[in-house]
Design a protein around this ligand. Structure first.
Ligand SMILES: [Zn+2]
Length: 325
């Protein structure tokens, strides 16, 4: 029964099972008390009832701290509003194409990563001069506005937009609260890693392709991190030299490693599922990085995220990706 109780809690089904139901289950099968009384059945109802009650109270008191820390009551967000803002002139046909592209990417991203607990604002800027569907993108976030901007050449076919990585990347950023620039390696790594996961959902990549692509991208920047200094120092220096891919991919390797750890430690969750639950229970605008890592730990019943962060910020850089060849 204790195992069953733990299992239910682990699977987050506990909220759906009242103490009364649990009591009834115990009373009905009477298995535990049968063991105590060495199979003396049938038992009197009062004995079965009170023994069950005692057991439930004991179990409840034993787990008080754990239950309190788990009591993450999902906030039911009212319907999320999505606004499309056209900053330049676009024809109706172009507007439809761009809206469809971002709507479907945003929908797929949130199916995977959870519904973001805020309204969304997507801005479009016209960049006719460059021969590419999606030229540039960035997020713009304040306490109350969560926006993403896309600089596009709208003459390209819808297919060219849907296979581009920029929208999955920018929308993935929104699954994490805005963090200070000193954590750029972390939040860009987060969006870089998750953008590929979103692109599996949108049908652009297969799982095996993403795994080998990610691995190769990290291996390709390995020589930028042959240093005894810690990552925050090396990343700052690379950013000042505009060597962004190196910073993005060392950051992505944190999440690739976290994904491995989630599997090894049999947490029964992958990283996207952790992020998905994070939207429901915990995501607020003003979280610090420590709050985010602790929330992910709590969701995964592990210390993976803080332990790995400690490793990534306090061990010589060269050792972080020395296994990527
Ligand atoms: Zn980014």
């Amino acid at each position: 029964m204790y195992a069953m109780w733990k299992q239910l809690k682990k699977k987050k089904q506990l909220n759906e099972i009242s103490i009364r139901t649990f009591l009834h289950l115990l009373w009905k099968n009477g298995k535990l008390f049968s063991v105590v009384l060495k199979h003396t059945t049938p038992m009197f109802f009062p004995i079965r009832f009170y023994s069950s009650l005692c057991l439930v109270l004991i179990l409840n008191s034993c787990n008080t701290n754990e239950i309190q820390s788990e009591e993450i009551i999902p906030e039911i967000k009212e319907e999320q509003k999505t606004s499309f803002i056209f900053e330049d002139d676009f024809s109706e046909e172009e507007k439809n194409k761009l809206e469809n592209w971002i709507s479907s990417t945003s929908e797929k991203a949130q199916e995977l990563l959870g519904q973001f607990p805020f309204d969304l604002y997507y801005h479009f800027h016209r960049e006719d001069s460059i021969n590419q569907a999606v030229i540039f993108g960035h997020t713009a976030r304040t306490d109350s506005i969560n926006a993403a901007h896309f600089y596009v050449n709208p003459v390209f076919e819808a297919e060219e937009f849907s296979k581009d990585w920029m929208a999955p990347h920018e929308i993935s950023h929104l699954a994490l609260p805005k963090l200070p620039k000193s954590y750029m390696w972390f939040y860009e790594g987060f969006a870089t890693y998750l953008s590929r996961e979103v692109m599996i959902e949108t049908g652009i990549y297969k799982r095996e392709e993403v795994d080998s692509l990610n691995y190769a991208r990290v291996a390709a920047v390995k020589d930028k991190f042959i240093s005894n200094s810690f990552l925050p120092v090396v990343a700052d220096s690379l950013i000042s030299e505009h060597q962004y891919p190196a910073v993005y991919w060392i950051g992505a390797s944190y999440f690739m490693e976290a994904e491995k750890q989630l599997q090894i430690k049999q947490t029964e969750l992958n990283f996207c599922e952790v992020v998905n639950r994070f939207q429901l229970c915990c995501h607020t605008e003003k979280m610090k990085i420590e709050d985010v890592l602790n929330a992910w730990n709590e969701i995964s019943y592990s210390t993976i995220f803080t332990d790995l962060f400690e490793t990534y910020t306090n061990t010589p850089c060269y050792s972080l990706i020395e296994n990527y060849k």
